[in-house]
Design a protein around this ligand. Sequence first.
Ligand SMILES: Nc1nc(=O)c2c([nH]1)NC[C@@H]1CN(c3ccc(C(=O)N[C@@H](CCC(=O)O)C(=O)O)cc3)C=[N+]21
Length: 284
Amino acid sequence: MPAQLLDGNLLSKKLRAEIAARGAILTAKGTRPGLAVIVLGDNPASQVYVRNKVKACEDVGFHSVLERYSADLDEEALLARIATLNADPAIHGILVQLPLPEHIAAERVLEAIAPHKDVDGFHVANAGALMVGNPEFKPCTPYGCMKILESIDYPIRGARAVIVGASNIVGKPMAMLLLQAGATVTICNSKTRDLAHHTKDADILVVATGKARMVTGDMIKTGAVVIDVGINRLPDGKLCGDVDFDTAKYIAGWITPVPGGVGPMTITMLLMNTLEAAEKSAKH
Ligand SMILES: Nc1nc(=O)c2c([nH]1)NC[C@@H]1CN(c3ccc(C(=O)N[C@@H](CCC(=O)O)C(=O)O)cc3)C=[N+]21
């Protein structure tokens, strides 16, 4: 396999050790970083993810609270919980697990989180600040992808970066971070004509479409860095990415696996954002 594997578990381990050390210093000074995670309903995937987030907090010594509510919790009750957490000095980060049930206006909920506790980086104030270049928090998945590129000292300045997927939580913020790092950025979406023409031009290819194995080896430039954000569950229960790893690995120069690539980095950057939120609060 010519491509070098970009191991998100290994990089997470290193970063989480640094996060734990910085967290311990802060805790000793009287501010233990704290994250609140809210989840509605009993979607099994959401339950697994939120438990992983809380477990990750425990592993680095952070305080965490997991609040689980029934899927029919009304929006006003959820907003009231967020208001309480906004005012809670033991909580530095608030995460409301997405997707939310249909009867709840997700954007209203995300806008209710105090921007200085918005460790997901989903609040419009943080999205706007990211575009201007100084967000309070970078969204965790794109931030993790940048850390992956940093881990191999990839020369982003002047590189051609192509992002497949234009979501508010991955594609768009990913484009902003790469642009700020000096890449020439193309964002493709589900209507893009001749997708392969774009992807084959990419030195850095980030795929976040939610379509299992849609980017195949023949769509990749030889030697490219391929970052696969997708997490799809196959009928046999196994996970796979949005990139067809088995054909891509012979063409790419570097590639992230699924699982064990971007997923753990997303959680690591959530811890980083929570740490930074706590560090900022301790300065006031
Ligand atoms: N407000 C909010 N913030 C989020 O950050 C958020 C969210 N809602 N809703 C759902 C998605 C999904 N997400 C994942 C994070 C880590 C893994 C992860 O660690 N994956 C492991 C595998 C886990 C498994 O085995 O299922 C891996 O890729 O190696 C997966 C998915 C965060 N999300």
